[in-house]
Design a protein around this ligand. Structure first.
Ligand SMILES: [Fe+2]
Length: 239
């Protein structure tokens, strides 16, 4: 199901959401119908497009390597082969399909709903194949984030810490968790499952741990700004 913004935040109400949560506090909204946003079959179809006939059909693919390092198909010089990606996946490394809301109408239209409230954004899909799969370490993001859990369970750490200076420190520094190595701040720790949506305000530090195989979609958006690009409507070419 595609959620209009007001419907999404209905459990607390739009007014209260903007007063109490927006930019300040995370929020869990349970029991949503979001299974249709992305499936394991779509995941497998996507990964089988890697290096198809030498054409790059998925430039934005990423994978979590050991110790939280990141493989980025667009940026990493040494490209992984399809077989290597498969081996990483089978040995418990998470896969990230970034900028991929165009993969189906549901995700595309969900972005359109968010963009009625926010500036431009996108969907990234986080997939883990097993319990304790390698995921990203503690970090903060510069966008408001709505995590749609469509399959499986994950444990979340939401830290009692926001990025200093709202991201105005040296690029890349606030994003990392290095400053936390001495003393990890307190965190709320909880488990979410299929159907749950988690709102994370921008710049709040967080971490996820896979409890079992899972798909989580991160719909994340910039704040609105004048003359922002308007997403073209999804057109029905087939009826
Ligand atoms: Fe994040």
């Amino acid at each position: 199901m595609i959620y209009e913004f007001n419907k999404l935040v209905a459990p607390v109400g739009r007014k209260r959401f903007f007063e109490e949560y927006k930019g300040k506090k995370y929020l869990v909204i349970k029991g949503n119908e979001i299974k249709d946003h992305f499936s394991w079959k779509e995941f497998e179809d996507y990964l089988n497009c890697i290096d198809m006939n030498g054409h790059d059909r998925m430039p934005h693919f990423q994978m979590v390597l050991d110790d939280g390092d990141k493989y980025c198909k667009r940026k990493t010089k040494e490209q992984l082969t399809k077989k290597e990606i498969h081996n990483y996946w089978q040995s418990g490394h998470s896969a990230i399909l970034t900028i991929c809301e165009f993969l189906n109408k549901t995700m595309y239209r969900q972005c359109q709903e968010f963009e009625k409230v926010y500036g431009p954004g996108q969907a990234n899909i986080y997939c883990s194949g097993m319990n304790e799969a390698e995921c990203f370490p503690i970090h903060a993001d510069s966008t408001d984030n709505y995590l749609f859990h469509t399959r499986g369970k994950v444990q979340w750490h939401l830290y009692d810490a926001f990025a200093p200076n709202k991201g105005k420190v040296e690029a890349g520094k606030w994003r990392s968790n290095k400053w936390m190595l001495d003393k990890e701040p307190k965190a709320d720790v909880f488990t979410l499952e299929a159907g749950d949506i988690l709102y994370i305000p921008r710049f709040q530090y967080h971490k996820v741990t896979a409890i079992e195989s899972r798909i989580s979609i991160s719909y994340h958006f910039h704040e609105p700004f004048p003359n922002q690009r308007i997403r073209k409507p999804w057109l029905e070419f087939v009826h």
